[in-house]
Design a protein around this ligand. Structure first.
Ligand SMILES: CC(C)(COP(=O)(O)OP(=O)(O)OC[C@H]1O[C@@H](n2cnc3c(N)ncnc32)[C@H](O)[C@@H]1OP(=O)(O)O)[C@@H](O)C(=O)NCCC(=O)NCCS
Length: 316
């Protein structure tokens, strides 16, 4: 049994593994494991491979994927994405027949080594607050709590309350690229410094990279609420055929923005989602943006999961 990088053609093996070992968030997202295979197959296209190789060459890798190989069979996966500061681990799964043999740890080691190679000082991941096995694994490997977030969803259709009308007092308009710096500044101002050091907001974070859009084959729109001549709130809604639930980016608002402004921006995004015929929409509320929580509650959002973001600080 060995841990190595994902190879072209292994998407079916990965999808099989994920079907045998479904994650707890799959039902909420309405994610079909076959879709995971489909996404991976798309990353194998020559055009995308070229971009990925080029990005690696310039020390700006987009992602890496590790698998556990047992006689050619995929028995474990871990995905590693990169921000400027950190590696972001997700998709950690080990087949139920080969657990407690150190395979997850071997994949975490591969992530650490890759992060060191690309000079990222932190490795970050999200874990459900009730996933005791995973929490123990990460704690043992040296991961420590960084921040908390809550996954919330709102259902649409029969039996759900209609969306309230817009108040008419908020200026909501489409997001423009140049809004990025003011929005990043507003969000960073609310983050505790130790969080900002690891997962700061960058102006470019508010755009959706064309490569992600292509891979996810998604429809997406983004809006800002404007006050005092600048953006004070941001939301992006995305609908992809790859999962049932639509996605709303975690709400970003400037400190102390009025509840009516938050509500108008949310209602604008929710109307778009409703028009896409999505059965529900999922969003994450980050601890430093908890000011949006009462507005989400009043619009019919329900909390589904508590999630801890953990960080592993790599020695230089
Ligand atoms: C969590 C998971 C990835 C662990 O994989 P694994 O290969 O069994 O983990 P390892 O063998 O490397 O475990 C290392 C250590 O983690 C801890 N650990 C792992 N699984 C545990 C469990 N079920 N209960 C308690 N501790 C556990 C132990 O300290 C273990 O060391 P030990 O076996 O010497 O006691 C696996 O259980 C899994 O795929 N679960 C379902 C998917 C999931 O929850 N992924 C995490 C998403 S964030």
């Amino acid at each position: 049994m060995s841990v190595r990088g994902y190879r072209t053609g292994e998407s079916v093996g990965v999808a099989d593994l994920w079907r045998r070992n479904p994650s707890r968030e799959f039902p909420l997202l309405g994610l079909n494991p076959d879709v995971v295979g489909e996404i991976l197959r798309k990353t194998e296209r020559p055009g995308i491979q070229f971009i990925l190789r080029l990005a690696r060459l310039f020390g700006r890798p987009l992602f890496a994927m590790f698998v556990v190989d047992l006689d050619g069979r995929v028995m474990g996966t871990t995905l590693l994405n990169f921000t400027r500061e950190a590696g972001y681990v997700s998709g950690v799964v080990v087949d139920s027949t080969v657990r407690r043999r150190g395979l997850a740890q071997a994949m975490l080691r591969a992530c650490d080594e890759t992060c060191r190679r690309y000079r990222r000082r932190y490795v970050v991941l999200d874990v459900l607050s009730n996933n005791d096995a995973a929490l123990r694994l990460y704690d043992r490997w040296g991961y420590r709590p960084l921040r908390d977030q809550h996954w919330m969803y709102r259902a649409f259709g029969r039996g759900t309350a209609p969306l309230p009308p817009l108040t008419g007092t908020t200026r909501v308009r489409p997001f423009r690229r140049r809004d990025g710096s003011a929005l990043a500044e507003a969000d960073n101002a609310l983050m505790p410094p130790e969080v900002r050091a690891v997962v700061p907001r960058h102006p470019g974070d508010f755009r959706m990279p064309a490569i992600a859009r292509g891979i996810l084959e998604s429809d997406t729109e983004a809006w800002v609420a404007e006050a005092d001549g600048g953006p004070v709130g941001f939301l992006r809604a995305t609908r992809s055929h790859l999962m049932d639930a639509a996605n709303l980016t975690s709400p970003v608002f400037r400190r102390g923005v009025a509840a009516s402004v938050m509500q108008d921006l949310l209602v604008t995004a929710l109307r778009w989602v409703e028009a896409q015929n999505a059965p529900r929409v999922v969003t994450e509320v980050l601890a430093h943006q908890v000011q949006a929580r009462p507005v989400l509650d009043s619009l019919g959002f329900v909390e589904q999961f508590g999630v801890h973001t953990l960080v592993h600080r790599l020695a230089a």
